[in-house]
Design a binder for this molecule. Structure first.
Ligand code: SF4
Ligand code: MSK
Length: 625
């Protein structure tokens, strides 16, 4: 993992990345790969999770010579506390994003904004009815007010069970009840984790990890699910559409604006402003032929799923996108945004603009987005971008490749429609072994890996084995660039998967959205389990995050396992210093949840591991191979 990367070809599998890394080297611009080299070798105490900084009697580092911290905490307790807090960070990230969606939805319901609207009324009424809210004969906005209150409550401490738990299959719920991990309010679970891991509280590693499961379930089934469902209600439920990916989506002769982060509340307004004639005319006045909006990371996924806006790149492409020299402005909300983007932007004419008070970056301009002024602020940002076009040094512009076509927009609603309105064709295909299983490949990039090598190769290997792959987050761009997100990719799939996807006209790799949209995968798993009358853990499903880096990715993996989905990670979190926590993750959870983590950096071996698991689950259901 930490060996020195020797040349550009070893840093990434992509030509656009190679060209931009070489340009960075030529122009003396530092990237994440350079900084990784400076940081290597990493601290082994930190890597194994045995460094404790929870109080000022320490910091303490556990070793053979010093097996206990000053307070007497051993490696198991220290690792469990560190990992619990790591997961709390991830749960807080996605769930606070969900809360921002409720704020927007609440403002719409109460007529406090003219900039945001209910786009999918039918979905609003459906979700309200799911929560027992009366919808018959009522004004849509009145229903919305009640639903906003219901969702706000699911963050607080009032409820025994948080929102959306009615979607959880009965047998799965029984497992959670037995273990005492039915999630309550999202904030409560996160706060309780911080409390438990204060010095002198939960000093039993297994007990801390059980709470971690509960907290992550609150994130998956409430925080993230609320974010996804409300984003659909506010901005439209995605439907299949075409889009394009890679740095080739940037335009040499246009004002290029990149949106980066996670929440569509900002990026949707930027898109609207970009399409206003006044700004198109202004861009032309400045010598450009128009304005081009492209996405990065998850806010890119959100815009691509709903609006077909092109995706410039995933996590490790964010610095490289600026290095094209063609980006006037990058506007961000929060999460996964490297602070280095300000410095890389300063090497060019690229302005970075922040929009959330909770995510300011020194050196960036701050244009605060609020519910009542979203459009006004979006216009301000677009104008700033156009003004910068005249500062562009056209001699330094290099757009390294042609874009690749993809198909996106597979919400569960869209998938059901593609299946003819019912899950039966999918279930029949699974029973017949034409589709042997379904795997969600999700998550990030990490410069410790050859960029996207594992993401792409694992996806390819699984579809060869007749396993339907669902992608979200940064894996989307990887699969898209590899030509796997188009119906023609069935030629790379096994015979069964090829037949099913071919007859439906869908790709063998389905794009289901951003990181919070992993909640869509949870819902799909629940629908499948309910249809078959089994637990999610009985299904031939798996999840994988081969190149993960973030706290959020670890939280997603943990709620997947807690929901009964076997989860592969390319590398372990910083837990290897604790035999108790490591054994629990790799084995013990399987006994109590029917799912556990597996660690394997090699994507080909990982595909075999997942395949074995799918065989086992198929056998358990009495299905022929
Ligand atoms: Fe050291 Fe214990 Fe304080 Fe951690 S909580 S820093 S192990 S004394
Ligand atoms: S953006 S969490 S790098 S997927 Fe959601 Fe990508 Fe991972 Fe961030």
């Amino acid at each position: 993992m930490t060996e020195k990367i020797k040349n550009v070809e070893e840093m990434s599998i992509w030509e656009d990345a190679h060209k931009m890394i070489r340009k960075a080297e030529r122009e003396g611009i530092e990237t994440a790969w350079d900084r990784l080299e400076q940081q290597t070798p990493h601290c082994t105490f930190g890597e194994s999770g045995v460094c404790c900084r929870i109080c000022t009697m320490g910091p303490c580092r556990i070793s053979k010579k010093a097996p206990l911290g000053v307070c007497g905490a051993d490696a198991d307790v220290i690792v469990a506390r560190n990992f619990g807090r790591f997961l709390a960070g991830g749960a807080a990230g996605h769930s606070d994003h969900g809360r921002d969606c409720i704020e927007a939805f609440h403002a719409v319901a109460h007529g406090e904004t003219e900039d945001y609207h209910i786009k999918d009324e039918a979905k609003l009424l459906r979700i309200a009815a799911e929560h027992g809210i009366e919808t018959n004969g009522r004004e849509v906005l009145d229903v919305a007010k009640d639903l906003a209150d219901e969702f706000f409550e699911s963050f607080g401490t009032k409820r025994k069970k948080t929102s959306f738990l009615h979607r959880v299959p009965k047998k799965q719920m029984e497992t959670w009840e037995k273990l005492g991990i039915v999630p309550r309010g999202v904030d409560r679970e996160i706060t309780e984790m911080m409390h438990r891991t204060h010095m002198g509280c939960d000093n039993d590693a297994t007990n801390t990890m059980l709470h971690a499961l509960r907290m992550c379930l609150a994130d998956g089934w409430a925080g993230s699910m609320i974010a996804t469902e409300l984003s659909d209600i506010l901005f439209g439920t995605p439907t299949p559409r075409k889009a394009q990916v890679n740095l080739g989506v940037l335009k040499k002769d246009q004002v290029n604006i990149l949106v980066h982060g996670h929440n569509p509340i900002v990026s949707e307004k930027i898109l609207e402003a970009v399409n206003e004639q006044e700004f198109i005319d202004l861009a032309k006045e400045k010598g450009a032929t128009g304005i081009n909006l492209a996405g990065l990371c998850c806010t890119g996924n959100e815009l691509m799923m709903r609006q077909g806006i092109p995706m410039a790149g995933n996590h490790l492409m964010t610095e490289l996108a600026i290095i094209t020299g063609a980006v006037e402005l990058i506007v961000v909300d929060y999460q996964c945004i490297m602070p280095s983007l300000v410095q890389v932007g300063n090497c060019f004419h690229t302005k970075m603009v922040t929009t959330a008070d909770k995510a300011k970056f020194t050196g960036a301009d701050h244009v605060k987005f609020e519910m009542h002024n979203g459009m006004e602020q979006a216009r301000k940002v677009v104008r700033m971008a156009i003004e910068r076009y005249s500062m562009r040094d056209h001699d330094r512009v290099e757009i390294p490749c042609e874009p690749v076509d993809i198909m996106t927009g597979f919400s569960n609603e869209a998938l059901l429609e593609a299946l003819g309105g019912t899950l039966t064709p999918l279930i029949d295909s699974i029973k017949a072994g034409k589709i042997r299983g379904v795997v969600g490949i999700v998550g990030c990039n990490n410069p410790k890996y050859k960029h996207d090598y594992c993401n792409v190769n694992l996806t390819r290997e699984l579809i060869k084995k007749d396993i339907l792959v669902i992608v979200t987050g940064c894996v989307t761009t990887a699969a898209g660039k590899a030509g796997l997100l188009v119906p023609e990719a069935i030629e790379q799939a096994g015979a069964g998967l090829k037949e099913v996807c071919g007859s439906l006209g869908i790709p063998p790799v389905i794009h289901m959205g951003s990181c919070v949209d992993n909640a869509r995968i949870l819902q799909l798993a629940a629908l499948l389990a309910n249809d078959l009358g089994v637990s999610i853990s009985d299904l031939p499903l798996a999840a994988s995050s081969p190149e993960w880096y973030s706290e959020k990715a670890a939280t997603i993996g943990t709620y997947a396992v807690a929901s009964g989905i076997y989860t592969h990670l390319g590398h372990p979190p910083n837990i290897t210093g604790s035999p108790v926590v490591t054994n629990l993750a790799l084995n013990g959870l399987d006994d109590i949840l029917g799912a556990c983590f597996a660690i394997e950096p090699d994507p080909f071996k990982a595909a075999d591991l997942i395949d074995e698991r799918i065989k086992l689950k198929r056998k358990g259901l009495g299905l022929e191979e």
